[in-house]
Each structure stands twice: as structure tokens, then as C-alpha cells.
Design a protein around this ligand. Structure first.
Ligand SMILES: O=C(O)CCC(=O)C(=O)O
Ligand SMILES: [Fe+2]
Length: 217
């Protein structure tokens, strides 16, 4: 993606919230899909957490820190330490900021956690804020597999005004600055839309990379 003529163009959805369609090429998508398969087989496994709204339809694994509603911990439920964030995700997050915003903030954020979400057919995610981090670094979201409707709202309410964006496999979405605490959710996915060249036959994966602002001591 170095030729500017072929670079995907960022689209600003709200101040600080940027969608970059087609950000990851097929090889990068396949690499991430393979890594996700390995990560979900890792010590943290995949969990459908119970939240205030009931059991989530999305199955999740955490990397770097363990997330469960509504906090991060340095250990897994069995008491073992959470392995550090895979370096490739920190590197992708910084590249994402450069491409979405045109520049890297100084100092560069210290990304240390990622949540990997798997959406099978019918899975959705209700409107919520990502507010368990103590660092206001932008959230970097990577989508793989099936297309979804990503609803990006405002910081005051779970309801309108919001913008519905189609996120396809390979798309990047970054939200920071005035949009960092905007409500957002996934009201639906579009089963069967995954490009087989991405290495995904069905379902949707989403990886959000975040800076927890927490210290392990
Ligand atoms: O699946 C998505 O695109 C969004 C996921 C999300 O909002 C989250 O993990 O907090
Ligand atoms: Fe979120």
C-alpha cells in the first residue's frame, strides 16, 4: 500500500473517527486470520461474557490484558499471567494511526491490549462506549471476514444521531479525540459475504487494539 495512487482513502465519519476501506491487503488479512485462530486456541480461550444486557452473542478473546465486564486484569481467570500484546498488533495500530490521521501523535500511544471478537451468523453487539481504558489513545479496529453494519454514534446517548458504516474484511476504523468515547455497536453482520481470499469461510472477526493505561505491578 505504498503507491499513493492505490492507497485507500480515509473517510471521516465524525471528528476523530476515520474509516479506511480496504486497508489490509489479502495477504495481511490471511495472516491475521491465521493468528486469530492461534490466539483463540491460547490460554485465554474464547468467552461469551455476561454483561448487564445478558450473555453476549459475540465470543471474545483478550490479548495483553484480560477483559471481562467491565475491567481489565493482568491475570486470566485461572490466575496465570496474560501474555503480552503480540508485537504485530502494536505495529499495525501505529501504522493505522498514521494512515487514518496522516500523522502519528507525539508521543506515540503505548498500545498494550487487544480484544478479538468473533461474530457467528446472527451475532450482534449493542451500543456501548469503550471506557475501561485509562488512556485516551485512539481505538484501532480491524475487520476480517463477513461485512457488518457498524453503528457509530455520539458521546451523549446510545441513540441518534449515529452513522451506519459497512465494515468489510480488510477495513480499518479508528476512533479517538472527540470521538474516543462515542457509543458504537454492531447491529448486524452479513453472513456469507466474507471474501474466501481472506482465509475466512464464514463469520466475522474484529480486532480492537487499545492502550489500557494500566501498569502491571
Ligand atoms: O466488532 C466491531 O466492529 C466493534 C467491536 C467493539 O466495539 C468492541 O470490541 O468494543
Ligand atoms: Fe467497542
Amino acid at each position: 500500500m505504498t503507491d499513493p495512487l492505490f492507497s485507500p482513502a480515509p473517510v471521516e465519519i465524525a471528528p476523530g473517527a476515520v474509516h479506511v476501506p480496504g486497508w489490509l491487503d489479502h495477504a495481511e488479512q490471511r495472516r491475521l486470520v491465521d493468528l486469530c485462530r492461534a490466539w483463540v486456541r491460547g490460554p485465554g480461550g474464547m468467552t461469551r461474557h455476561r454483561t448487564r444486557g445478558g450473555t453476549m452473542s459475540v465470543a471474545m478473546t483478550s490479548l495483553g490484558w484480560y477483559w471481562r465486564p467491565y475491567r481489565y486484569s493482568a491475570t486470566l481467570p485461572d490466575g496465570t499471567p496474560v501474555p503480552p500484546l503480540p508485537p504485530i498488533l502494536g505495529e499495525l495500530a501505529l501504522r493505522a494511526l498514521k494512515d487514518a490521521y496522516g500523522a502519528l501523535p507525539d508521543p506515540a500511544p503505548d498500545y498494550d491490549v487487544a480484544l478479538v471478537n468473533f461474530y457467528g451468523a446472527g451475532a450482534t453487539m449493542g451500543m456501548h462506549q469503550d471506557r475501561d481504558e485509562r488512556d485516551d489513545a485512539p481505538v484501532v479496529s480491524l475487520s476480517l471476514g463477513d461485512t457488518c453494519v457498524f453503528r457509530f454514534g455520539n458521546t451523549a446517548t446510545r441513540t441518534r444521531p449515529y452513522t451506519d458504516v459497512e465494515l468489510r474484511g480488510g477495513d480499518l476504523f479508528v476512533f479517538g479525540g472527540p470521538s474516543r468515547l462515542a457509543y458504537h455497536g454492531v447491529p448486524r453482520t452479513r453472513p456469507g459475504t466474507a471474501d474466501p481470499a481472506s482465509g475466512m469461510r464464514s463469520g466475522r472477526l474484529n480486532i480492537t487494539v487499545r492502550a489500557s493505561g494500566l501498569r502491571r505491578d
